[in-house]
Design a protein around this ligand. Structure first.
Ligand SMILES: Cc1ncc(COP(=O)(O)O)c(C=O)c1O
Length: 388
């Protein structure tokens, strides 16, 4: 056990506010009874405001990957042509799920660290089809890049208007600007352990009327992840299978906290912590992975310098309570990532920068004490519009 307070800076699960943690310890209720129905109806109505949608939002007990799988099996049929736009490991995963269930997937992959280019997406859409669906990732957690979803969706609507737009918004929705209805997105998936400040266990799926029409004729095999079954149950205030009730209790409280803060302030806070992390890491001499024009405000990835002993570095970070994430897929062992979403403040980030600074100095690297903390704070104040 570590005797220092943990600063869990991975891109989910995120640390939980005390009130959220305590809510998870509540006594169970009958998930087929009136109390649960009131809870679920209230949560769904409030999730809609954060999704910026009037579409149905369903709560499925599963990891985010289950939400992605539900989106594939509920709306598509084997042999359907799908354009999977991928900029990293999670885009690849979405494509793989569609392939696994027999969709005819064309993968449009971009270099890791870059965002998807709407012009290239247009070319790919024009070159093939007819497309049943296009798969997009809002925030690619493996590369710390946020895609221009509005522009990508606009291209899809123009060139392939019949294609459903399915978006993995698991690690960005609720933290950074996102508009389900205004951008015309058909299916949007998020996950409880990310911006929502709740334990893992729930995935949220927004579904447009157009997607429901597709569901009526979709032939992919499905059972647990059949969203039609979830819709029917939700209309009766229930879920088809036993839900993660304790996580629902937590979500109820987390949404109250988010409502108190307001979505505009939440977006602003994430812009500030994102700017702070990027400025601090660069001041420490790290090169960032992401194309800075599309840098994510929920996670940042930095290259591990060749002459830095990662094991010794990470061991010292952990000794000081700072937990960061490694790289995924092709980036394993090459980068590290700092998560900054959900329950996170600018001072939390300044603490993380102080730990990084202290650790690097202890490893005899040429770092000026306080410089990264100062740079991070200045960047955050600028993002907040506060004179520093
Ligand atoms: C963008 C993105 N998609 C999908 C997932 C998968 O979610 P889960 O691990 O809950 O299945 C993650 C999790 O990190 C993610 O960040």
């Amino acid at each position: 056990m570590n005797r220092f307070e943990a600063n869990l800076r991975i891109p989910g699960p995120t640390s939980l506010p005390d009130a959220v943690r305590e809510a998870g310890a509540r006594q169970m209720v009958n998930h087929r009874g009136p109390e649960f129905a009131v809870l679920q109806n209230s949560i769904i109505a409030r999730l809609k405001t954060f999704f910026k949608t009037e579409n149905d939002v369903l709560i499925v007990t599963a990891a985010g990957t289950g939400g992605l799988e539900s989106a594939i099996v509920s709306f598509l049929s084997p042999g359907d042509k799908v354009l999977a736009v991928t900029i990293g490991a999670f885009g690849d995963r979405f494509a793989k799920i569609a392939t696994t269930y027999g969709a005819e997937v064309t993968k449009l992959a971009f270099e890791w660290g870059k965002a998807a280019d709407p012009a290239k997406v247009r070319e790919a859409l024009v070159a093939g089809g007819p497309w049943k669906a296009i798969l997009l990732t809002q925030n690619e957690t493996s590369t710390a890049v946020t895609n221009p979803i509005e522009a990508l969706a606009a291209v899809a609507k123009e060139v392939a208007p019949d294609a459903l737009i399915l978006v993995d918004a698991i690690s960005g929705l609720g933290a950074v600007p996102f508009e389900t209805d205004a951008w015309g997105l058909d299916v949007v998936v998020s996950g409880s352990q990310k911006a929502w400040m709740v334990a893992p266990g729930l995935t949220f799926v927004a579904v447009s009327p157009r997607a429901w029409e597709a569901a009526a004729v979709a032939k992919m095999p499905k059972f647990y992840f059949d969203l039609m079954a979830h819709k029917t149950s939700a209309e009766a205030g229930q879920t088809p299978w036993t839900p993660a009730v304790a996580v629902m209790f937590q979500l109820d409280v987390a949404l109250q906290l988010m409502e108190q803060e307001t979505l505009a302030e939440i977006w602003k806070r994430h812009a500030a912590v994102g700017a702070a992390v990027r400025a601090g890491l660069q001041t420490l001499g790290f090169k960032l992975l992401a194309d800075q024009e599309f840098a994510s405000d929920t996670v940042t990835g930095a290259w591990i310098p060749e002459d830095l002993d990662w094991k010794a570095f990470n061991g010292k970070l952990r000794k000081y309570g700072l937990v960061v994430a490694g790289g995924q897929g092709a980036l394993k062992g090459k980068i590290f990532r700092i998560g900054h979403l959900g329950h996170v403040t600018v001072p939390n980030i300044l603490n993380a920068m102080a730990v990084l600074e202290q650790t690097l100095i202890e490893l005899d690297r040429p770092v000026t004490p306080g410089a990264a903390v100062a740079a991070a704070q200045v960047a955050a104040l600028k993002a907040l519009g506060v004179a520093g």
